[in-house]
Design a protein around this ligand. Structure first.
Ligand code: CP
Ligand code: NVA
Length: 304
């Protein structure tokens, strides 16, 4: 059997993704009931971080512990990866000792190269181009708060970044309409846009993009690795802040998400973070449950 990886949302079928987020809700219940469920005892996950993280590290490490396994934190600062050992060699070595590998890095090609040389599943925990694990949590959160997202309208406000690209993949896999508002020059990946033109449209004002929307989402204006562009981006994205007033232009039952960390007063106002329509902390918690479902999907053989 070929090894399954999770590098983008397109690595799973729509049916597998829908089952996975429903399973995440069950695993959340199991945890909340205090039941022990340890299908991954004796299994080890390597977690390679070339960028900072709070949620991703805590959720994967806690998730492996809950499932009876162990997680190994590997920073590029103190492994040979940071000193130039080739990805191909690192993949062969690490995957010979661990059962699953999670990578957060810059170039998306790093995770695809690693996966090509890995004998165990590889999970993309954020690259410059995609952040698929976050989308599992977001889709679970929408399902919990508002039911099935199929046929709904989602608005992405801000940078056409890794999260926005993943929302385009989600629009395809979960079958919703995506309305993106970004300034010219900050569009998402053009090939992805072209491949999903029936579902995704681009606007130049947030006010247009939130019309008819059931879910409004934003993210930082300068992602990790773009720290030098912070000031320039603050100028370019002026007018793109998500506020309660902007939410009032969406559907009356619309909810707000942000993958966090948030910059209050930039892409989101302080009052929006605490508005009753904001589900950002449920969304953050669901990283844990959704990734446990992902680990179970990748590592636990279904009973014959
Ligand atoms: N949303 C998210 O991935 O958060 P961290 O950068 O804290 O992992
Ligand atoms: N777009 C952000 C997401 C952080 C979770 C970044 O890449 O820094």
């Amino acid at each position: 059997m070929t090894t399954r990886h999770f590098l983008t949302l397109l690595d799973l079928t729509p049916d597998e993704l829908n089952k996975l987020i429903r399973r995440a809700i069950e695993l959340k219940q199991i945890r909340n009931n205090g039941e022990i469920y340890e299908p991954l005892s004796n299994q080890v996950m390597a977690m390679i971080f070339e960028k900072s993280s709070t949620r991703t590290r805590v959720s994967f490490e806690a998730g492996m512990a809950h499932l009876g396994g162990h997680a190994l934190f590997l920073s590029s600062r103190d492994t040979q990866l940071g000193r130039g050992e080739p990805i191909e060699d690192s993949a062969r070595v690490i995957s010979s000792m661990c059962d699953v590998v999670m990578i957060r890095t810059f170039e998306h090609e790093t995770v695809t190269t690693f996966a090509q040389h890995s004998r165990v599943p590889v999970i993309n925990a954020l690259t410059d181009d995609y952040h698929p694990c976050q989308l599992l949590a977001d889709m679970q959160t929408f399902l919990e708060h508002r039911g099935d997202i199929k046929g709904k309208t989602v608005s992405w406000i801000g940078d056409g970044n890794n999260m926005c690209n993943s929302y385009i993949n989600a629009a395809r896999q979960f079958d919703f309409k995506l309305q993106v508002a970004c300034p010219e020059g900050f569009d998402p990946n053009p090939e992805l846009l072209a491949a999903n033109s029936e579902r995704v449209s681009i606007f130049r004002t947030p006010e247009e993009a939130v019309q008819g929307s059931h879910l409004v989402v934003t993210d930082v204006w300068a992602s990790m690795g773009q720290e030098d562009e912070q000031k320039e981006r603050e100028r370019e994205f002026r007018g793109y802040q998500v506020t309660p007033q902007l939410m009032d232009l969406a559907e009356s039952d619309a909810i707000f998400m942000h993958c966090l960390p948030a910059h209050r007063g930039e892409e989101v106002s302080a009052e929006m973070m605490d508005d009753p329509r904001s589900v950002v902390f449920d969304e953050a918690e669901n990283r844990l449950h959704a990734q446990k479902a992902l680990l179970e999907f990748l590592l636990v053989k279904p009973k014959a």
